[in-house]
Design a binder for this molecule. Structure first.
Ligand SMILES: C[S@@+](CC[C@H](N)C(=O)[O-])C[C@H]1O[C@@H](n2cnc3c(N)ncnc32)[C@H](O)[C@@H]1O
Length: 433
């Protein structure tokens, strides 16, 4: 029988597998085993900078693959998950022994390093209290230069300590879905704007309502741009009979398009990458929203539509640094400056094309923490003309009112104090003049 630590060792010894995926979790039979395994892997990945610092201190030479994974797994439990050290070391060694490529001297080495690290734990305050170690120098530097040391520390803390839960957007009634989850004893919280946070999802596909398309995974912050577009459209449109026609620009994996489709809107998504569009179509089908949401595979900086939309939502391709809670790879990215500069140019050319569609309201959003990808893009958009900012009002965004900046845009920082926490996001609504 496979146990959670064996699966965790397999994943941690393969450097490319940083995100938990369903394939290996399916080797485990019970929800509690899947949750433990997810927690071990995610904590080891989120805390990798701190764990590396501890390994460097107690291991004379940095080992490779499974032996290294054994050290990471042991330190994760001893230093970050409050597992009693004796049990953490014993269970880690037992799991390691089940791999035939592991030798006796390697087991002894892991045992010795973990015991020394445990003995030295009290003196590791500097490493254990320094969450910024888990971000690459590039990411830490760019957050600090935009927002200062306090925001950097907070972001690093939220990313390093995320509990692993996920937020969902519901296709139908949030209350009914919440009742269904309670009936099935799935621990969850309903957020201010209707997102549902599930604390220990284990495998998403096994949650009640997945097959019947009652929900999709979408962070509470990521659900805001569509809500803000809806408020903008309702301010200018007297027509409550015909569902609004909107374009969802840069659409895959489709969370926002499906959200708007679930309101009965007529949505056309435009997505450049065929594979991503295909996955989006599968999601639309699963959620039975085909009548409302269509997707075209095209370059949004070139593509045009036959009829004018009342509004569009441009969720720009970006460096995604707001999503580090679930996407540990973004925390470690080195030298992202070139990529960021290219994404900014792509977004500008997409915006220029969107201006020709005849919309009346637009929302620009990005899940990046970078000022250059958010606030500074808004400066460029305003300089280009045709639109003015339509300020987001406090009553539109309960729970997020503190994030409204002086211009009426929303700058949300990653957070873990609200129910379920939230990713970082930037949102601005424009109205055509
Ligand atoms: C931040 S993601 C969008 C997330 C999506 N709005 C959602 O809510 O699920 C950005 C998307 O833009 C797509 N993209 C990048 N350049 C594009 C272009 N020129 N035209 C259309 N889509 C593009 C990327 O492939 C990616 O899927």
């Amino acid at each position: 029988l496979v146990n959670p630590r064996q699966v965790a060792l397999k994943v941690l010894s393969s450097p490319k597998k940083t995100n938990v995926n369903v394939d290996f979790l399916s080797e485990l039979k019970t929800p509690s085993d899947r949750n433990l395994c997810t927690n071990l892997i995610q904590t080891a990945n989120r805390r990798s900078g701190q764990i590396d610092a501890i390994i460097d201190r107690y291991a004379e030479k940095r080992p490779k693959k499974l032996v290294l994974a054994g050290l990471k797994l042991g330190i994760t439990q001893i230093h970050f998950l409050s597992t009693p050290p004796h049990a953490a070391i014993h269970e880690t060694l037992e799991a390691l022994k089940t791999f035939k490529e592991i030798s006796k001297p390697q087991i002894n080495f892991v045992n010795a390093v973990l015991r020394a690290a445990d003995r030295g734990k009290e003196g590791e305050g500097e490493v254990l209290g320094n969450d910024v170690l888990n971000l690459s120098d590039f990411i830490a530097g760019s957050i600090e230069s935009d927002w200062g040391a306090e925001v950097l520390e907070n972001v690093a803390r939220v990313y390093s300590r995320h509990s692993g839960g996920v937020s969902l957007t519901c296709r139908d009634s949030v209350e009914d879905f919440s009742k269904e989850l309670s009936k099935r004893e799935v621990e969850h919280v309903v957020g201010d704007l209707g997102s549902i946070y599930v604390k220990n999802p284990g495998s998403i596909k096994r949650l009640p309502g997945f097959e019947s398309g009652l929900f999709w995974v979408q962070d509470a912050s990521a659900a805001l741009p569509a809500i803000i577009l809806r408020n903008g459209i309702s301010q200018i449109s007297q027509n409550t009979e015909t569902p609004p026609f909107v374009i969802d620009v840069c659409s895959a994996p489709g969370g926002k398009a499906m959200q708007m489709g679930s309101w009965g809107w007529d949505v056309e998504g435009v997505e450049l990458v065929e594979k991503r569009a295909k996955r989006m179509c599968e999601n639309i089908e699963r959620c039975k929203l085909e009548k409302n949401v269509k997707v075209v595979v095209a370059d949004a900086s070139q593509h045009n539509f036959e009829r004018p939309p009342v509004g569009f939502l441009l969720d720009a391709p970006c460096s995604a640094t707001g999503t580090g809670r679930k996407n540990v790879d973004v925390m470690r990215r080195q030298n992202g400056a070139q990529m960021e500069a290219e994404l900014i140019e792509t977004t500008k050319s997409i915006w220029s094309n969107c201006l020709t569609w005849g919309a009346k309201v637009a929302v620009f959003s990005t899940c990046s923490l970078s000022e250059a990808e958010g606030e500074k893009q808004v400066n460029w958009i305003l300089g280009k003309g045709e639109v003015r900012i339509d300020m987001i009002k406090e009553e539109e965004v309960p729970g997020f009112a503190d994030s409204i900046d002086v211009r009426g845009c929303l700058r949300v920082f990653p957070d873990d104090t609200s129910p379920g926490g939230r990713d970082g996001f930037f949102i601005c609504r424009f109205i055509f003049e």
